[in-house]
Write a protein that binds this ligand. Structure first.
Ligand code: CP
Ligand code: NVA
Length: 310
């Protein structure tokens, strides 16, 4: 573990240096290898992770919980009805109390400000397990997956199709930091937030990554090495679903659109997916799809994050 990250929070990828990201990837590769060979890795023996979930989850919940078990520690699931938050206890007080009991806090929240408040008031490391603004753990797993498949990130091109949401934000910053070109195509009115695109442009300066935001799906996918998409209506936007399905149709990842990418493109999706909406079944279930490798790597990359921070 070359870079000391003990005690740090992971709120967004913008907070990490390239060296720290590479450190996470190298610890991740080591832990993945050891998990495969059955070598024990009790790096967090006796430690506890509190997992706050304001929203549902399959991957984040199970991979963090299993990951803590693999590292010799214990994870505590705290769903929307398990804490006093709904009855008016503040995030600040919750953070201060939990810090007296546990060694780390992972949280999935609606408002990103809740992550920032946890970071401010907690005395133990806080890990963002998805907010309305960002999803850093997912993108670290995604970038690790691309490294496994293609050996590098620098100079490759990612095309992101659809909603300029939390995934688009974290991909913009993650690609820019690691020298991967990124082109995000969204309908008008659904662009990524300008300040996050600004972070990505700042982060791209030292790495030479090109950062593009467009409304044209073909421009974005042209010669891409990776095509990424996400649901058109995220958690909390269910009431906009019908309207969004109409607006987002031209951004569906299907064979006609994918024909503009490099022949050996990787198809990626954070999951859960809606076949027939943001992606056709033939693409997500086809030979270029690596969606389950991404999901698997959530486990390994988050073990690395916890082992480094906690
Ligand atoms: N990709 C992801 O975060 O999945 P869950 O919502 O199932 O955790
Ligand atoms: N953008 C999606 C990601 C789910 C992992 C959402 O926020 O619901």
């Amino acid at each position: 573990m070359a870079v000391n990250m003990k005690g740090r929070n992971l709120a967004t990828l913008h907070d990490l240096t390239l060296e720290e990201m590479q450190n996470i990837f190298s610890v991740c590769a080591d832990l993945k290898q050891k998990y495969r060979t059955g070598e024990a890795t009790p790096l967090l023996k006796g430690k506890t992770l509190a997992m706050i979930f304001q929203k549902p989850s399959t991957r984040t919940r199970v991979s963090f919980e299993a990951g803590m078990t693999h590292l010799g520690g214990h994870a505590l699931y705290l769903g929307p009805n398990d804490l006093q938050l709904k009855r008016g206890e503040t995030i600040a007080d919750t953070a201060r109390v939990l810090s007296r009991y546990v060694d780390g806090i992972m949280a999935r929240v609606f408002a990103h400000q809740d992550i920032l408040d946890l970071c401010e008031y907690s005395s133990v490391p806080v890990i963002n397990g998805l907010s309305d603004l960002t999803h850093p753990c997912q993108v670290l797993a995604d970038l690790f997956t691309i490294i496994e498949k293609r050996g590098e990130l620098k100079g490759l091109k990612m095309a992101y199709m659809g909603d300029g949401n939390n995934m688009a934000h974290s991909l913009l910053v993650g690609c820019a930091k690691t020298g991967m070109h990124i082109s995000v195509a969204t309908p008008k009115g659904y662009e990524p937030k300008a300040d996050i695109a600004g972070w990505a442009r700042d982060d791209a300066r030292p790495t030479g990554a090109r950062v593009e935001v467009t409304t044209d799906p073909v421009t974005a996918v042209k010669d891409a090495n990776v095509i990424y998409t996400d649901v058109w209506a995220g958690m909390g936007q269910e009431n906009e679903h019908a309207e969004r399905v109409k607006t987002f149709q031209p951004y569906q990842v299907n064979s006609a659109l994918a024909a503009h990418a490099k022949k050996d493109y990787l198809f990626m999706h954070c999951l859960p997916a809606h076949r027939g909406e943001e992606v056709s079944a033939e693409i997500i279930d086809g030979p270029n799809s690596v969606v389950f490798d991404q999901a698997e790597n959530r486990l390994h990359v988050q073990k690395a994050i916890m082992a480094l921070l906690m």
